[in-house]
Design a protein around this ligand. Sequence first.
Ligand code: PLP
Length: 478
Amino acid sequence: MSKTLSETASLDRSQQQLLRCLPKIDDCLNLLSSDRALHAIPHTAIKSGVREYIDFLRQRIFTGELSDGEALSLDRMMPVLISYLLKRDQIRFRRVINATGVIVHTNLGRSLLPTETMDRIYEAGMRYSNLEFDLETGNRGSRYSLVEDLLCELTGAEAGLVVNNNAAAVLIVLETLAKGKEVIVSRGQLVEIGGSFRIPDVMRRSGATLVEVGATNRTHLRDYRAAISEETGLLLKVHCSNFRIIGFTKEVENKELVALGREQGLPVAEDLGSGCLVDLSNYGLMKEPTVQEVIASGVDVVTFSGDKLLGGPQAGIIVGKKSIIEKIKKNPLNRALRIDKFTLSGLESILRLYRDRETALATIPTLAMISTPVETVDKRARRLRRLLRRDLKSHCTFSIKDVVSRVGGGAMPEQNLPSRAVAVEPLHLAVNRLERALRSQDIPVIGRIEEDRLLFDMRTVADDEVPLLHNTLLGIFS
Ligand SMILES: *Cc1c(COP(=O)(O)O)cnc(C)c1O
């Protein structure tokens, strides 16, 4: 962003002097051309990086932030410029350490996959596969058949289908069953999920018309019944994954809604959001309806995410009545929303783990992190504190704090997971500077600031990340 001549004229003499001292782009490029550190960066990228950096210096002269002419000497500038260029060329998609305690953290990649699942995905990428090839007949096969049996076995549904994500699953269900028709939804269930997924908006996109019934806190069966007309195509329930309405509330039970649907010849769909396959209330967690329970209640079609409580890769899973799933499979939208081979191979691996509940809980990281006892998290926190106190006690104080982790991903918003954090209070550095420094590391560390201390919630930090976290802090303070 360069200034016009008249703006330049308004600068004082020292600023004009500084501007004249700005190095020439070509001089910088000449000096950089022999620098070994930059050998992997293409010339065009170096050139635009240098231009960007000099523009940045020019801006700082304009604003008065840069007033020391010495800083513009090539000797002083080169090392800074080189690290700027290296940073600018870093891989953008990077690993981070999640010390937030939010397990299904939508901004940090949601669910982590177990090693054996990653092995399947690796092979799917490195080798040819039977993605759409029927090994029995030698003819073309369907990619969906690869996980359909497993989905049916685990959920009790007649048929199943997988698409790109749950938003896509909801969209294609609505488009298939209710395009040009009305869909009846309780007012208390018109949820917005982070990242602008809103039931009313998806409904509009699908070509269906939303008919809201009931009040925000209470909806009765008679409200649904009164709204049914010639135009009705579907009765839809949406799981209020990320919020709760408490107090004087009423929602219609699945059984009653299913009975009404049967009586009126209308399908009933439920968007479960998280879609749990194991009842976590046996592990001291809140009761969430499992997919199996929803299917058993008679709901015709259920949608849920692959990478929320299920702990798999990003996917949208649709299970339900065969006649409905067949219609969805034939919808041309299906091609646009289709799942890729990596997801498919990963999802099959995850679903196979669910065939044994204990195995699922022990090996699927999302479930393992949710069910880790606080004593284990406490030990991990104490281990980190011991290392940090040993090496950095002249720089910070370190304490253990009782905190509350969250499941995240819009699931179980009220569920408190008791946890432990290492609280870091820097003695000679502002805590937000420390937070920023941690974010700018090769492997950034994401924690949170509370009362002038930086907290690392150790529930979401893996055991093998403790030394990494320790070394990262050593690097910052040494
Ligand atoms: C999360 C969620 C979605 C969207 O799922 P994605 O997998 O993020 O596309 C839709 N409906 C509900 C109720 C959800 O909780």
